[in-house]
Design a protein around this ligand. Structure first.
Ligand code: ADP
Length: 672
């Protein structure tokens, strides 16, 4: 009985294997794979045909082939290069961001020029009829075509003129196709070569491909195939011309529009849009796949996404490249370079696929909050475009024109004609969010919309259009989340306010200093990085060596310990720009003069008390505005940065520029 069941099962398996392989063969025929892939697939099919279907390798092989066939080897979307349309799309989705929009439109213009450039073909064949027929067909397709009757004549023509593609016969007197291929490879710019041969055998084909031919076609040539091949090569060349321009990297605090601009670019070009986050990425294999020899091997995320969208030229956003896991196994920069560099990504090899897949048509856009920690070689290949923090006025405008209407639509409230009062929008920004971008603002608007939706649904009678004013906002969202603590903090001895730049934009910090009996120790707490620790040491040494200027007892440190603490100990902090904030906290402590908390400082300190310039001025000023700071002290050398700013950024702030510490005493402690 058992034996009989087994026999029946084996027959079933065999029948199943037969249909599997039949399906596969049909699939291969339909897929019209590129020559190198077709070779691999052919070999794999042969291997499967010889294998018992109960062998676990058989299923692995079948899945592999299925995967190969499902990849978009040839499919791509045609770019829409209508500049006016692209401009309208960018404008309709984004307020401001002038420089970014300009850069995107320039990018599209280059692309348009590339696509309008003639594609020049050299047809080489010793048979006149074949040569003229081929030239005729290609000219009809809109290409510029020149012909040559043999290899030597072709070389002469290539010396006079550069071609994008050489279509050559293999067997010719004097100089054959392979020799011509060898010659063409040395040319700059190097043309693509397609060999046409009446003696197409697998070995000549492999030989030609190994020597660098783009493709080979058997004689008699199938006209559709030749048209498709030439079109494929032309499109690839265009993509390459475009991708040779550096990869764009959008950098800026969260919620400043990096992802949504990427989305709009895809929409403008009519390309598919893919986004993967690299945050916390641990292993190269996540991007590049596992070798098939591993149990449960899978392709990497890049190829998987390409398969999912079904085209080889999407806009592909690599989000948060600065957040790749610290414990990454392998070198993240080299993997990313292989993906992003058009020279290398033409032959991107996923470990699972084990055959190169051409990623040169993909338009990669990377995003990062801060680029300063990215490896140099990677930064070199990218053009960093900074997305600035938004001013309060910009936020208000964006909320009114984009975020509120969008959230209304998404919560099916558009028909209810709800209005937000001016004061309510300002309150939302000032009392419920504290950020450089718009993420929380949009979240808070969504919360209001949800609550409004509930009010409408639960109400017994038809409600008139609601108006969200400040008091209604407070009822819906609860008491304010943030208050201007700095503005109301008054004065304190040994505590000063500083401005620093983090990946979230500008931030306010307080520096606290205390003194106690001890033995000349400088205690530093608050998760401070090494540069910040050195700044604190510099500040202390400066005061010890200049004690008399500030009327401080020169022996103050003889029997004391000094403690400098920067609160929010859980957040690690580093950088030189807190130097003058620390020195003023120490001077306040040692002279017992209370420091104004609504005066915020930023600047690097030298041992002689000079103040050196720092970066991120715009973001820092906006953070000062958000926190209710009245006076901002900046290094004199940053004057040019301040002059280039919009009036909105400095509104309500008194900006004091200084180049040495002594002159700050009156500003920070008050003249009296
Ligand atoms: P990021 O990728 O920089 O973190 P997002 O692109 O996710 O930011 O933007 C957050 C939200 O803010 C999105 O809903 C986006 O549409 C909106 N947004 C950002 N900048 C603008 C702008 N300039 N105009 C209109 N909406 C914007």
């Amino acid at each position: 009985m058992v034996f009989f069941w087994k026999a029946e099962n084996t027959e079933n398996e065999e029948a199943q294997a037969g249909t599997d392989l039949d399906d596969l063969r049909k699939g291969i025929e339909k897929a019209k794979l590129p020559a190198p892939v077709a070779l691999v697939v052919g070999k794999e099919l042969e291997r499967l045909e010889k294998m018992d279907s109960s062998n676990p390798d058989y299923t692995i092989g079948l899945n592999y082939m299925d995967y190969l066939l499902s990849l978009p080897w040839h499919s791509f979307t045609e770019d829409n290069l209508d500049l006016k349309r692209a401009e309208n799309i960018l404008e309709s989705h984004h307020h401001g961001l002038r420089l970014i929009k300009e850069r995107v439109l320039e990018y599209l213009s280059v692309r348009t020029l590339c696509s309008l450039a003639d594609f020049q073909i050299l047809v080489v064949d010793d048979e006149e009829i074949a040569r003229t027929n081929l030239a005729y067909i290609l000219k009809k397709e809109g290409y510029r075509v020149v012909t040559a009757g043999n290899g030597l004549e072709a070389v002469k023509k290539m010396k006079e003129h550069s071609f994008d593609l050489v279509l050559t016969d293999l067997k010719m007197e004097g100089m054959d196709g392979i020799q011509l291929l060898e010659y063409a490879k040395q040319q700059e710019p190097r043309p693509e070569i397609v060999l046409i041969t009446g003696y197409a055998t697998v070995s000549t084909a492999v030989d030609a491909l190994q020597k660098g031919a783009a493709h080979y076609l058997p004689k008699p040539v199938d006209l559709d195939e030749i048209r498709a091949t030439v079109r494929g090569i032309r499109d690839k060349k265009r993509h390459l011309q475009m991708t040779r321009s550096p990869v764009l990297c959008f950098a800026g605090p969260p919620g400043t529009g990096k992802t949504s601009v990427g989305c709009s670019i895809a929409e403008a070009l009519e390309r598919e849009f893919v986004r993967i986050s690299l945050a916390g990425l641990r292993d190269e294999a996540e991007l590049r796949g596992h070798r098939r020899t591993y149990v449960g091997a899978m392709p990497g995320r890049i190829i998987n996404e390409i398969k999912r969208v079904g085209v080889k030229n999407p806009v592909f956003m690599l989000d948060e490249i600065d957040k790749i896991g610290q414990d990454f196994r392998g070198d993240p920069a080299s993997v990313l370079l292989e993906i992003l560099d058009p020279e290398q990504n033409q032959r991107f090899t996923d470990n699972y696929l084990d055959i190169p897949f051409d990623l040169s048509g993909v338009m990669f856009i990377a995003t990062a909050n801060a680029v300063d920690k990215l490896p140099e070689p990677l930064l070199d290949r990218m053009e960093v475009i900074y997305f600035p923090s938004y001013t309060a006025r910009e936020k208000k405008m964006i909320a009114e024109q984009y975020l509120i209407p969008r959230q209304m639509r998404e919560h099916a409230l558009t028909r209810k004609k709800i209005e937000f009062s001016d004061g309510a929008v300002t309150k939302l920004i000032q009392d419920y969010t504290l950020e450089a971008g718009l993420r929380n603002l949009e979240r808070q608007i969504a919360t209001v919309c949800r609550k409004l939706a509930r009010i409408y649904v639960q109400s017994e009678q038809d409600l008139p259009p609601l108006r969200v004013d400040e008091s209604m906002l407070e009822r819906l969202l609860g008491p304010r989340k943030f208050r201007h603590e700095i503005a109301v903090a008054g004065r304190q001895v040994g505590v000063t306010t500083g401005l620093v730049w983090t990946e979230f934009g500008g931030e306010i910090i307080s520096v606290e200093a205390g003194i106690m009996n001890g033995s000349q120790q400088l205690i530093l707490t608050g998760s401070l990085g090494s540069v910040l620790r050195e700044s604190a040491q510099t500040a202390l040494s400066y005061i010890r060596s200049h004690a008399d200027i500030f009327s401080i007892d020169p022996d103050f440190f003889a029997r004391s310990d000094i403690h400098v603490h920067i609160p929010s100990g859980a957040v690690s902090k580093d950088g030189p720009s807190a130097g003058i904030t620390i020195v003023m906290a120490l001077i306040s402590l040692l002279t017992k003069r209370p420091a104004r908390r609504d005066v915020a400082l930023t600047g690097e300190l030298t041992l002689s008390g000079r103040i050196l310039p720092v970066s991120g001025i715009r973001d820092k000023l906006l953070a000062a505005q958000r926190a209710g700071v009245k006076v901002v002290i900046l290094p004199l050398a940053n004057e040019v940065d301040v002059q280039g700013l919009e009036a909105d950024v400095t509104e309500g702030l008194e900006v004091v520029l200084a180049d040495e510490v002594q002159s700050l005493v009156d500003v920070v402690f008050g003249k009296d």
